[in-house]
Design a binder for this molecule. Structure first.
Ligand code: SAM
Length: 264
């Protein structure tokens, strides 16, 4: 394989473990006519086996040198390379006009941008069929967390509002070159067909969740001061003396809706 000096600032840790690559591709289970996009193809470790299964693949890569390398080494006919920052990329442009397919998004993501990238993708979730990501294990733990645990927080709530999340398997540092300092894991995110706990005012709900977790160790009556009075929290069926991590997604949705009703 052509050599490329890994760039730390682009979060470049290239997958080298063929067993892990095979297992990941099997979990994704690509079908020939899927509309798929890979974020951060790097040197193509995952891109090649995906292309073997697909009629066509899109890939979004920030590093120009890697784009040039991929152009030299992979068939252009079945791969469309987009030299772009995935954080600003409009994924809906990949869905052709009139096409009923939604996007399957995959990637071994640069860990330094994975949280903002997750929120960027959530903002375009209407065009997404599913997502499979390699992430730092701690982040996957937060994505799949349940209420009452230390991993349960803003990320868990905002992502689980939109998606079913599943921890698939762990990936050790030795599976990459250079080896990262942390364990990694694969997560699958599938957008809910019908939102289980819809809110009436999403920006207000998002602001409320954000605000309440800035005071994670305090009773929610403190973090919610600018949104709801203690009596209003109680009227929504929730004990104002609870700490944020003790509340479920349904509780946060109820609080968000109460705050929206109060403001209107
Ligand atoms: N998929 C390859 C693999 O598994 O070997 C590379 C994974 S490496 C962890 C992350 C890749 O994302 C690198 O190729 C890096 O250049 C690219 N990248 C970093 N920041 C990016 C961004 N903002 N938008 C798109 N790609 C980015």
């Amino acid at each position: 394989m052509a050599q490329h000096q890994a760039r730390k600032r682009f979060g470049q840790n290239f997958l080298t473990d063929t067993g892990i690559i095979t297992r990941l591709v099997r979990s994704i289970a690509p079908r020939a006519d899927d509309l798929m996009v890979e974020i951060g193809p790097g040197q193509g470790a995952l891109t090649r086996p995906l292309m073997d299964e697909l009629e066509h693949l899109h890939a979004v890569e920030l590093d120009r040198d890697l784009i040039a390398l991929l152009q030299r080494t992979l068939s252009e006919r079945r791969l469309t390379l987009h030299q772009a920052d995935a954080l600003r990329f409009d994924f809906s442009t990949l869905v052709p006009e009139g096409d009923t397919r939604r996007l399957r998004v995959v990637g071994n993501l640069p860990y330094n941008i994975s949280t903002p990238l997750m929120f960027h993708l959530i903002s375009q979730i209407h065009v997404v069929q599913d997502m499979h990501f390699m992430l730092q294990k701690e982040m996957v733990d937060r994505l799949v967390a349940v209420p009452g645990t230390s991993d349960w927080g803003r990320l868990s709530i905002m992502i689980q509002y939109h998606c079913q999340t599943d921890f698939l398997f762990m990936v050790p540092p030795e599976s990459f070159s250079p080896a990262p300092k942390v364990d990694s894991a694969i997560v699958r995110l599938v957008p809910h067909q019908t939102l289980p706990h819809p809110v009436t005012d999403y920006p207000r709900f998002a602001a409320l969740v954000n605000q309440v977790f800035t005071q994670r160790r305090k009773a929610i009556r403190n973090g919610l001061k600018s949104f709801l009075a203690p009596a209003e929290i109680e009227a929504a069926g929730i004990d104002p003396g609870l700490r944020p991590e003790q509340l479920s997604l349904a509780d946060f949705a109820a609080l968000g809706n109460a705050a929206a009703a109060r403001a209107s």
